[in-house]
Structures are given as structure tokens and as C-alpha cells.
Design a protein around this ligand. Structure first.
Ligand code: ATP
Length: 251
């Protein structure tokens, strides 16, 4: 089934402060959308609202709508756990559970009711393969996830998100804490994963946005100034403010 995912006139407030303003954005299937813009312009706030992570922040509220497959994710009665199964998230700093590599991946499927050991083994292997980590960890699945390097931990967190078959993956600067080799692996992985998913990524790295994304949205002061195909944003942006930002003249 095709997944449709979009925001409609979405604003996000912290108290009276409007951190994200009236955003209409569509995230096509099998594509990567990069969110770029200077610090404090609302990228992470927008990203977090897409799977209701802002619910946990006191004083935060939204207006407008976020639609997945025609359903409003903030409608009363929405099962937030199920929602986050469909819309997974990976943070800037790898945050594996204090558990074995195997149990990090099996946790979500078990929570959602899968008990059969063989089925769990399959999910663990396929998730680690999709995250390009299987070959590095297949002989040490019972070891603590914290024994992995930072780059491996981040791919483990991606595998953990994949273990429950999400349709959308939200990535908040997933490579900014990683060395160049690990960054390249995560970038390759993102390009590979978009065959199955729609991916939204916040990044401060312009080269990274240009390398891996199909669409780019430039945020400034809570608004989307320009949102277009990545080639256009990076070669022929309409807005002078976008041009200045991507060429490193401010931000
Ligand atoms: N929990 C919070 N409570 C109050 N204000 C917040 C909170 N989180 C973010 N803000 C404010 O909302 C605005 C947008 O912040 P946000 O973190 O979304 O920006 P960003 O573009 O992701 O920044 P960065 O690139 O530095 O991560 C900023 O002015 C920030 O201070």
C-alpha cells in the first residue's frame, strides 16, 4: 500500500512562542526530504511533531494537521505507540538500550506481541542487514549494545527503528556525532532505505543534504522559505536568503 504523509498549515508553539509557522509539506514515498536552516529555526521542533514526540514537552502544542494515509495523527483516540511504529525516529546521539545487541532489536517486535523465537531471530537478522550492521555483529549478538562503536550504535538504532516495519523514518542529524567513515555508511544506508520508506532528515551538513536528499526544505525563523527538488535548491534557488545560507554566507 502506498503511504501518504503530509502536514497542513502546521504550527508548533512553546507557550505563546510560535517555533514553527503554518507549514504545508508533503513527503513523497521512496524519497528523502532534507530539512536545512540556521540553528533555532524550528527544524527539530517540526521533525518531532511528525510523530508526536513534542507531546512530552510541557507547554508545547500544535495547530493545523499532520495526515498519514488520510488520518490525522493528533485525532483523539490515536494510539501513539502504534503511530510511532509507523513513523520511527532516530536521534542525533546514538541511544541504544542498556541491553544486548539482539535485545535492542527484538524489544519493539516483542512489545507488539511477537513471541516466537524463530520469528524474532528473523526480524533481528533482517533489521541488522537492512542497517548494514549484520556482518559486523552477527557473532556477538548477546554482547551489550554499548560495546559497539558510536557509528555502529547509530546503525543499531536505525535497525531498532526498522524492526517494527515503519513507513516513515525521521532522522535528527543522525551522522553529526560520527566520524567520516561512519557518516558515509549512514548516508549509504539512507539512500538504500528510501527504496522502502519515506525519510525526513534534519542536517546542518549541506554536502550531505545535496548527496542524499531528493527534496530540500529551507527553514528560517520557523517558516519554510523554500521547498523544492534538491537539485533546484542547490543550483538555482528562488530565494536570495536560501542562496546565502547554502553558500555558507550566513547561519
Ligand atoms: N522545549 C522547548 N521549550 C521552549 N522553547 C523551545 C524548546 N525547544 C526548542 N525551543 C525553541 O524553539 C525554537 C526552534 O528550536 P529547534 O530546536 O526546533 O530549532 P532547530 O532549527 O532544530 O535548531 P538546531 O539546528 O540548533 O538544532 C528555538 O527558538 C528554541 O529555542
Amino acid at each position: 500500500m502506498q503511504t501518504t504523509f503530509r502536514t497542513e498549515n502546521l504550527s508548533v508553539f512553546y507557550g505563546k512562542y510560535e517555533a514553527v509557522k503554518n507549514i504545508d509539506m508533503n513527503f513523497p514515498e521512496q524519497s528523502v526530504t532534507a530539512l536545512i536552516g540556521p540553528s533555532g529555526c524550528g527544524k527539530s521542533t517540526f521533525l518531532r511533531s511528525l510523530n508526536r514526540m513534542n507531546d512530552d514537552i510541557a507547554g508545547s502544542r500544535i495547530t493545523g494537521k499532520i495526515w498519514i494515509d488520510g488520518k490525522d495523527i493528533n485525532a483523539p483516540g490515536t494510539d501513539v505507540i502504534e503511530l510511532r511504529q509507523k513513523i520511527g525516529m532516530v536521534w542525533q546521539r546514538p541511544n541504544p538500550f542498556y541491553k544486548s545487541i539482539y535485545d535492542n532489536i527484538a524489544f519493539g517486535p516483542k512489545y507488539h506481541g511477537i513471541k516466537d523465537r524463530r520469528k524474532l531471530d528473523e526480524i533481528v537478522e533482517s533489521s541488522l542487514r537492512k542497517a548494514a550492521l549484520w556482518d559486523e555483529v552477527k557473532d556477538r549478538l548477546k554482547q551489550s549494545a554499548l560495546s559497539l562503536s558510536g557509528g555502529q550504535q547509530q546503525r543499531l538504532c536505525i535497525a531498532r527503528a526498522l524492526s517494527v516495519n515503519p513507513r516513515i523514518l525521521l532522522l535528527d542529524e543522525p551522522a553529526s556525532a560520527l566520524d567520516p567513515v561512519s557518516t558515509a555508511k549512514v548516508e549509504e544506508l539512507i539512500i538504500d532505505l528510501k527504496k522502502e520508506l519515506s525519510i525526513v532528515i534534519v542536517t546542518h551538513n549541506m554536502q550531505q543534504a545535496a548527496r542524499i536528499s531528493d527534496y530540500t526544505a529551507y527553514f528560517y525563523l520557523g517558516s519554510v522559505v523554500e521547498h523544492d527538488k534538491t537539485d533546484i535548491i542547490f543550483t538555482n534557488p528562488t530565494n536570495s536568503n536560501t542562496q546565502e545560507y547554502i553558500s555558507g554566507r550566513f547561519g
